[in-house]
Design a protein around this ligand. Sequence first.
Ligand code: GLA
Length: 408
Amino acid sequence: MTTPLALNPANRFTPMLQINPDLTDLVSDAAVGLATRLKSKATITAAAPGRVNLIGEHIDYCDGFVMPFAIDRYIVIAGCANGTTEARITSAISEEIAILDLTKTQEVGEPKWANYLRGVIRGFQDRGHHIPGFDAYILSSVPGGAGLSSSAALECATATFLEGLLDTVLDTREKALLCQKAEHDFAHVPCGIMDQFASAFGKPNRLVLIDCQSGEPELVPFENPDLTVLISNTMVHHELSDGGYAARRKHTEDGLAILGKASWRDVNASDVQTHWEKLGDPINRRSRHVVGEISRTIAAASALARNDFETLGPLMAASHDSLRDDFEVSCKELDIMVEIARKIGRNGGVIGARMTGGGFGGSTVTLCESRKASEIANTLASEYEKATGIKPQIFASRPSLGAHLIGK
Ligand code: GLA
């Protein structure tokens, strides 16, 4: 989901944001953090990125297609075996050291932020692995609560760290699914597969186009230097997001049951229209979103492949409108940010803009012409601040390497 370690606002984990983060700096800072806070020397360092989604929102749990990429913002875990049966884990943003007894099967516990790690350790334990004691220090450049999947990044970084610790390698798909299960069981967010797949499978210059019915990711080229992806963090996070997410998922399940179909891939727009009254509000609107977003994403993937930006832009716009009006996961601030991008328009270099991720706050994604990207970023920042009084974080990102061990 979007907010790492933050089911309880009191335990909110807002990773340190580095506006211009360099993974090499992050790695050396994490080693320093480990040495300073836990007096240990890093022998294993894992990194996993957040993600941004270009299109295909709230349909990964509906057998849809999604088109995210791994961003160049990472969570890094530096650590080492400590010769005990305990994990000692701390991070850049908290003085707290979480101690986990590894002789026990991991369960949800306190502090809450450590549940993401417990959940992943549990996944390894369920596969028969015995986890030796370790020290670990967490450092992040993925903005927290920004809809950029810092929690998936933390899960994937943990799984990759454990691979290093155990000197084993999981199949990438299995690793992503293990991390998704950690999110379900230990963070109680019934997420789909998009975030963990993007963080695990990401590659430089590639989008991770996922067919969520088959569970197969396809790495699609995205290397046109004339295109820039701007991420605009509205700095707004609505607290009810977790309940809102589960409620939306339930609506889609109810919709499918009412339509009497086994998969959303077997439903078309006229099925929804025909059964509009029977579906009832809001399930009919939720259903219209799912069906529309699946076809928009297929159309967007093909438009992008042929550099047809005049088709792609309106698809992104329609996606946002549907998320705002039918799926109701946008918010005022996301709408304002998208509206500013729309006003800049095609002549100003904007190809398309929409909210990205789970919604209820978080970020928008703006696809634009590289030569106008800084000007666009400045306008987004100043107009948004004028309209809301909030300073946003706006940065360009590019498809980057997924979860990996450093130096391996
Ligand atoms: C969150 C979930 C994903 C996906 C998006 C919405 O990020 O973790 O699985 O459902 O919301 O597209």
